[in-house]
Design a protein around this ligand. Structure first.
Ligand SMILES: Nc1ncnc2c1ncn2[C@@H]1O[C@H](COP(=O)(O)OP(=O)(O)OP(=O)(O)O)[C@@H](O)[C@H]1O
Length: 341
């Protein structure tokens, strides 16, 4: 791409732009429309195969909905496909995210459909047990069949998956941009950035309202995605009304007007049992329990395809993941917008 970084801007003639396009196509470096599949089939097929360079993907959901789990799973799927991942986390420690990946990778599906592996809670207990050092815990992992499976799978992408612990008191967009630049100058050709989560990004514009501050941050994030030609996934928190609402929508995300404008893709997560229409579905206790095992993902904005479409994935939170094989939601939901695919 012609250089547009820095504080000044340059106007390129159509000749220059066409020459640049031609040069990059000869170099096999025509990357503008290169696709970054998320590895979640139900999502990829609705966004024309995956994210693109410069895309800003916002992921919202209530507390404990599985936002970190989903973001981490997408990041891991990309790393497996050869993408360099930087996961910037304001909330969880590097160690916690690594344990979540180990749990996810340790799983194996038995012929009867049951899933076995190392439960996340057992991994925590193991690491926290008074007499076990981290190196002792690792040795134990190597001695366990599921632990070995996880370590083997992670070995395939471990050097491409980076986790950075950020501080909401100091890690601002400049710090994040410098980290991205460092990786690009070290040779990263395909980079994917995850921010967990957007409203925690430090901003010194304390005089601004929270809404305006979020607006500035999301603008900056979109600029970063475009100028460095990387796709970015940012988790976003819900406002007070959203936390109380039966169904969380994109207008409930904190700083929603700016978020709605800047994002290329907005997906909002809701517990299925909360948002199934009670008029249409006779929700017996048994059905309610069954549905509580699922999360509905609503594509609320989609510059890559059709929006206002829902899909569902089964939770496997014991192993810090979703079963990636889910698809359309058969039951009517509250606030439904009918869409024929
Ligand atoms: N050690 C664990 N064992 C079992 N379940 C866990 C463990 N840690 C987290 N979970 C569950 O996994 C679910 C998803 O967690 P996750 O952190 O992905 O959600 P989130 O939407 O990012 O949460 P938050 O809003 O708190 O950031 C939560 O409901 C949580 O209770």
């Amino acid at each position: 791409m012609l250089n547009t970084k820095g504080t000044s801007i340059t106007a390129f003639s159509l000749h220059e732009l066409m020459d640049d396009l031609h040069r990059r196509s000869l170099q096999g470096n025509l990357t503008a429309s290169e696709c970054y599949p998320t590895g979640i089939r139900a999502l990829d097929r609705r966004i024309a195969g995956g994210l693109r360079r410069g895309n800003l993907f916002l992921l919202g959901g209530g507390e404990g909905a599985g936002k970190t789990t989903f973001a981490l799973q997408i990041a891991r799927n990309m790393a497996i496909e050869g993408v360099d991942v930087i996961y910037i986390c304001y909330e969880h420690s590097e160690e916690e995210l690594m344990l979540r990946l180990i749990s996810m990778e340790s799983t194996r599906k038995l012929p009867n459909g049951d899933v076995v592996g190392l439960r996340l809670s057992d991994l925590y207990d193991e690491l926290r047990s008074a007499n076990r050092s981290p190196s002792g815990a690792l040795a134990k992992l190597e001695g366990d069949q599921y632990g070995r499976l996880a370590l083997e799978k992670m070995e395939g992408y471990a050097s491409r998956f980076r986790i950075a612990k950020a501080s909401s008191a100091s890690t601002d967009l400049d710090v994040i941009s410098r980290l991205v630049d460092e990786h690009i100058s070290n040779g990263s050709k395909r980079l994917f950035l995850v921010i967990d989560y957007l409203q925690k990004i430090y901003s010194n514009e304390r005089a601004l309202s929270e809404e305006d501050r979020t607006g500035k941050v999301v603008e900056g994030l979109k600029d970063l995605a475009l100028s460095r030609e990387v796709p970015i996934l940012a988790i976003v928190a819900a406002d007070k009304e959203g936390i109380r609402a039966r169904r969380l929508r994109s207008y409930h995300l904190r700083g929603s007007s700016a978020l709605l404008y800047e994002a290329d893709l907005i997906v909002v997560m809701n517990e299925k049992s909360r948002i199934v229409s009670r008029q249409a579905v006779d929700l017996t206790a048994y059905k309610a329990i069954q549905m509580s095992g699922w999360v509905v993902f609503s594509i609320e904005k989609n510059r890559l395809g059709r929006d206002l479409i829902d899909f569902q994935l089964k939770k496997m939170f014991n192993f810090s993941m979703f079963d990636p094989s889910g698809d359309a939601v058969p039951e009517p939901l509250v606030d439904d917008t009918v869409h024929i695919e």
